[in-house]
Design a protein around this ligand. Structure first.
Ligand code: HEC
Length: 176
């Protein structure tokens, strides 16, 4: 009888502790998802205002050229495709006319992975230009697909705060 009582009391204590732990975990999970801090902040780049404005300008130029490129590629306008991809290639943020101070900031704030993604993206633009020069539509369209993968994979990591559609990417990939 005594032993039974002790077992029950110990059981209740465990249940109590368990429910506190569950509550704590659940609470943390909830605040992580709703505020998008923690994991997201690990990837958030601390842009300075002048670098952010240079980056946004670059993004607009890239978007315009990419849209034209897709249309020109479909029509076999090879010279225009070459021009569009060269424009994208030379819009490399590290090659922008940034002040020396901005350049120092850039090297300080950009994570290695961002630089890798960016250079891969620009490399695909160059390869697309070469394929278009060779009038190889199949190869050119493969690289245009790789470029789109570049937009998506960079935005879903580094532009979550800018694009609502990518703000919950982490969560989605965890659940599936
Ligand atoms: C290596 C990373 C990277 C790649 C590749 C990239 N972007 Fe971006 N882009 C960003 C980041 C970071 C931002 C968010 C900047 C900010 O926070 O204001 C952004 C923002 C943008 C914006 C919004 C600009 C604004 O005014 O706020 C557009 C449009 C855009 N990107 C288009 C594209 C397109 C189209 C492609 C591919 C053809 C592309 N980007 C490829 C990193 C990238």
């Amino acid at each position: 009888m005594n032993k039974k009582t002790i077992t029950i009391i110990v059981g209740i204590i465990f249940l109590f502790i368990g429910s506190i732990l569950v509550k704590q975990n659940y609470g943390e999970h909830k605040s992580h998802n709703s505020k998008q801090v923690g994991k997201t902040d690990k990837y958030a780049i601390q842009w300075t205002p002048s670098i952010q404005s240079a980056l946004r300008k670059e993004m607009h130029s890239i978007t315009k050229n990419y849209q034209e490129l897709v249309s020109n590629l479909a029509q076999g306008e090879w010279n225009k495709v070459v021009e569009n991809s060269h424009n994208i290639h030379s819009a490399f943020i590290l090659k922008q006319e940034l002040s020396e101070e901005d350049m120092d900031d850039l090297y300080r704030i950009l994570p290695e992975r961002f630089i890798e993604m960016d250079s891969k993206f620009h490399d695909h633009a160059l390869k697309l230009a070469m394929a278009a020069q060779a009038k190889d539509g199949e190869l050119a369209s493969m690289y245009s697909g790789k470029m789109m993968e570049g937009c998506v994979s960079c935005h879903q990591v580094y532009a979550k705060n800018r694009f609502e559609g990518y703000s919950n990417h982490e969560k989605v990939s965890h659940e599936h």
